[in-house]
Design a protein around this ligand. Structure first.
Ligand code: AP5
Length: 193
């Protein structure tokens, strides 16, 4: 079993790279952003509550997200591994994930953090806004808010995994292919060690 976390600020390429990584390594793709957007599309009560927060660039409460992750994990428990994308985003979520995996006699093996500068991140998000229909992409004020939330609530998760020697920093600038090669190199090094 291989459990990977892909980590990084909004627009760093987590979703783009996840699509490729799950194909190459045969992993189940758990994106909490995608799960929440599916709830919004289905107009569930959870989706309607989440939308209010997501449109402002604020995190959805930990217990809501952890519940969704639990459910996804159960539904895919026969997978040969998971790629966690956009989760965990707080230390409380990271602790809950460790607990969940421990109950299944498993754990996180490697955390890959995409490093991209803010100017490039903003450019990518505003560019995606033209076609994504994502409210949180189209307004620079909301984008800045997402960066602030990332710095305040999510960067401590990096320290959590550094303390476990699982954290790998990956240069996230350059073409999609170049970044993909760097990610694969880190995963392959882990598998072969
Ligand atoms: P989420 O959906 O997770 O969004 P995010 O983390 O803000 O990340 P993005 O999807 O914006 O970016 P990405 O890193 O995946 O980059 P992508 O590959 O798309 O979360 C949205 C909201 O949901 C949160 O704000 C929060 O409210 C809520 N939420 C989600 N998870 C939560 C959790 N665990 N707890 C609480 N709340 C949660 O790429 C971006 C663009 O750049 C694309 O157009 C892409 O084509 C382009 N691109 C990618 N790579 C490159 C490259 N190398 N060169 C040029 N362009 C590139």
């Amino acid at each position: 079993m291989l459990n990977v976390v892909i980590f990084g600020p909004p627009g760093s390429g987590k979703g783009t790279q996840s699509e490729r990584l799950v194909k190459k390594y045969g992993l189940a793709h758990l994106s909490t952003g995608d799960l929440l957007r599916a709830e919004i599309a289905a107009q569930t009560p959870l989706g309607m509550e989440a939308k209010k927060l997501m449109d402002q660039g604020i995190l959805v409460p930990d217990e809501v997200v952890i519940g969704m992750v639990d459910h996804f994990y159960e539904k895919n428990k026969n997978a040969s591994g998971f790629l966690f994308d956009g989760f965990p985003r707080t230390v409380a979520q990271a602790q809950a994930l460790d607990k969940l995996l421990e109950q299944k006699n498993s754990g996180i093996h490697i955390v890959l953090a995409l490093e991209v500068d803010e100017e490039e991140l903003t450019k990518r998000l505003l560019n995606r806004a033209k076609s994504s229909g994502r409210t949180d992409d189209s307004d620079e004020k909301i984008i800045r808010q997402r960066f602030e939330v990332y710095k305040r609530d999510t960067t401590p998760v990096a320290d959590y995994y550094r303390a476990q020697n699982k954290f790998h920093s990956i240069y996230g600038m350059g073409t999609i292919e170049e970044v993909f090669d760097r990610l694969c190199q880190s995963i392959d090094n882990y598998i072969q060690r």
